[in-house]
Design a binder for this molecule. Structure first.
Ligand code: PLP
Length: 395
């Protein structure tokens, strides 16, 4: 039987649930995308995104999924045969590397075990070895959505500076932005890539490049053949609030509303809320006697928690039981960890009770799927939530 009453728990690590306020904002009538009203909307969206990226530099909005903005980042500053240094944090870092290779870029991959974020020391060593400064960019995934590990981006910048290497720093923060701390200017990032469907609490469909002056300069002198993704035209036209083609008007209505919501709560409070819910989730996992995939302290994600299944048990069969019995969608394991892990998304439009409800679904589904575990995960999460102040609510 399908579920008729009660709401679906969308607990995948993006797309995340869209708040009612954002849905309502998006339901406004479409307007002339070359008219004055649109110009104001475009400028507001762009200015708002600068506050979210924490940058005074340029932000470009594409009507595409995050993958498009990945390609834009690579195509604008790299040409065929260029070398880039990438870090294997998980499935998404691997996909970005494959894309670079398809575009003819020579990608050097620092291997990882998918259980932590990038190691800045290893990046520094590779850059020091590149005495001829052939490496044009270092590409790192901020929040690796396939594993639930976060890379310390400020430390990666420090490592690049310590090596005295001029490569550009390119960061995928598709699932990190607006959920966990991100500081484009302060961390010396040159290109950041993001998408609408995670911390920004919008449906999938628009994506972003934040671009430093140094990256724009590199794009003028380097880069591969490109048209749709070309930054130059976008910077000029987006700068006036418009697009060189038909924009995703209703997504922009939603974007402006979502940015307002994030600032009403306060970005620091948003980040603290995510960290607290993530800690409660890890407390639940530990109490179940299960293991969190990220095993590096300080790299655990505030966005999602990836849980390892006990040997011999199928994560996908477990997720199917969770959906069937409790109407909850949990994230699947991707590529190397397919069927071995499941992911609990705790991002965006979520509060204590949403999380406790979701964890209750997981705990009951563990029993239904006969996965060996201890009871008490939900109680441990509640204990954590009761004993730590709720950001923005408790003083
Ligand atoms: N990078 C990361 C870290 C992601 O989480 C995703 C999607 O989940 C992507 C890239 C690809 O983005 P999209 O699916 O929007 O094209």
């Amino acid at each position: 039987m399908t579920h008729v009453f009660g709401r679906h728990f969308l607990q995948i690590p993006g797309p995340s649930p869209v708040p009612d306020r954002v849905l309502r904002a998006m339901s406004a009538q479409v307007i002339d995308h070359r008219g004055p009203e649109f110009g104001e909307l475009g400028l507001k969206a762009r200015a708002g995104m600068k506050t979210i990226f924490k940058t005074q530099q340029d932000v470009i909005i594409y009507p595409s999924s995050g993958t498009g903005a990945w390609e834009a980042a690579l195509a604008n500053v790299l040409k065929e045969g260029d070398r880039v240094l990438m870090y294997e944090t998980g499935h998404f870092a691997t996909l970005w590397k494959k894309m670079a290779e398809k575009l003819g870029v020579r990608a050097e991959f620092i291997g990882g075990d998918w259980r932590s974020g990038a190691d800045p020391d290893q990046i520094e060593q590779h850059l020091r070895a590149d005495t001829g400064h052939e490496i044009k960019a270092v590409c790192v995934v901020h929040n690796e959505t396939s594993t639930g590990s976060v890379s310390p981006i400020a430390d990666v910048r420090r490592a690049m500076d310590a090596a005295g290497h001029p490569a550009l720093l390119m960061v995928d923060t598709i699932s990190g932005l607006a959920s966990i701390d991100f500081r484009f200017d302060e961390w010396g990032i040159d290109v950041a890539v993001s998408g609408s469907q995670k911390g920004l609490m919008l449906p999938p469909g628009i994506s972003f490049n934040a671009v430093s002056g140094k990256a724009l300069e590199a794009a003028k002198n380097n880069g591969m053949r490109r048209s749709y993704w070309d930054w130059q035209e976008m910077v000029e036209i987006n700068g006036k609030g418009y697009f060189p083609y038909t924009p995703a008007t209703n997504m922009l209505y939603g974007l402006v509303e979502a940015i307002d919501m994030l600032h009403e709560e306060g970005l620091d409070t948003v980040f603290a809320r995510h960290q607290r819910l993530a800690a409660a989730t890890r407390a639940a996992v530990r109490a179940w006697g299960l293991e969190v995939l990220c095993n590096r302290q300080g790299h655990e994600s505030g966005v999602l928690t990836t849980v390892m299944m006990p040997e011999g048990h199928s994560a996908d069969a477990f997720r199917a039981e969770a959906l069937r019995h409790y109407n909850i969608s949990l994230g699947s394991g991707l590529s190397k960890v397919a069927d071995k892990v499941f992911r609990i998304g705790h991002l965006g439009d979520i509060n204590d009770l949403t999380l406790v409800g979701a964890l209750s679904g997981v705990e009951m589904a563990l029993s239904k799927a006969r996965v060996p575990h201890e009871k008490g995960g939900v109680a441990a999460a509640m204990e954590h939530l009761e004993s730590t102040p709720a950001p923005g609510i408790d003083a």
